[in-house]
Write a protein that binds this ligand. Structure first.
Ligand code: 5GP
Length: 213
């Protein structure tokens, strides 16, 4: 069986990444469980609406560090004074079963995976402009002015690294962004080498019919 594809989605905070991923998972690309959104480990505290094992696996620093030393992470990063990591177990068995996996990770993690697994697909989601992102963060009302300034500074650092990513989606229209991410995923599935098994089965049917079986 052909292995699944690994998609790395990186997006500055406030670019609408969570909604984008949810829409793609429940749409055409996620049909029949063909796409898995990997659940990361983190040492940060859960937000009020977050559920352990659904949004993240929330663990303490000791547990995270023990997992690191046992080599249980495909990648991990120290971001905003917290650890975030993708466990091997969450991703590799699914890829081996032919399921596509999407990781929602920051730049350092995406860079580690692209070095280790250059066949994976890096996708950067960008806001249409600096002003648009600043307005979105202000409208969201989660952060004060200094936190917003900090997020915008981190976004600059992330966008400056855009050349790491093979794909870019500028999210100025959510419907279009959903279509774009779906298109990237479906394009990989339409590769001939990923469909050899199905094509061969169809071909066998034609050959049997031609032989009058
Ligand atoms: P938040 O705390 O807002 O959920 O996430 C903060 C940042 O960490 C986001 O950019 C998110 O994409 C990233 N992130 C989430 N999980 C992982 C992970 O497993 N590895 C890495 N490197 N980054 C992650």
């Amino acid at each position: 069986m052909r292995r699944g594809e690994l998609f790395l989605l990186t997006a500055p905070s406030g670019t609408g990444k969570d909604t984008l991923i949810d829409r793609v998972l429940t749409g055409e690309a996620g049909r029949d469980g063909a796409l898995w959104h990997s659940i990361s480990y983190t040492t940060r505290q859960p937000r009020s609406d977050e559920v352990n094992g659904e949004h993240y696996y929330f663990v303490d620093r000791k547990t995270f560090e023990a997992m690191t030393s046992k080599g249980e992470f495909l990648e991990w990063a120290d971001y905003n004074d917290n650890y975030y990591g993708t466990s091997v177990r969450e991703v590799v068995p699914r890829l081996e079963r032919g399921i596509d996996v999407i990781l929602d990770i920051e730049v350092q993690g995406a860079q580690q995976i692209l070095e280790k697994r250059p066949e994976s697909h890096g996708i950067l989601v960008l806001p249409p402009s600096y002003e648009a992102l600043r307005e979105r963060l202000q409208r969201r009302g989660e952060d004060d002015d200094s936190q917003i300034a900090e997020r915008l500074a981190v976004s600059l650092w992330e966008i400056e690294r855009y050349e790491l990513f093979g794909y870019a989606i500028i999210n100025d229209d959510l419907d279009l962004a959903v279509l774009a991410l779906t298109a990237i995923i479906l394009e990989k599935r339409l590769r001939r080498d990923r469909q050899v098994h199905r094509i061969e089965t169809i071909l066998q049917g034609f050959r049997s019919a031609a032989r009058g079986e």
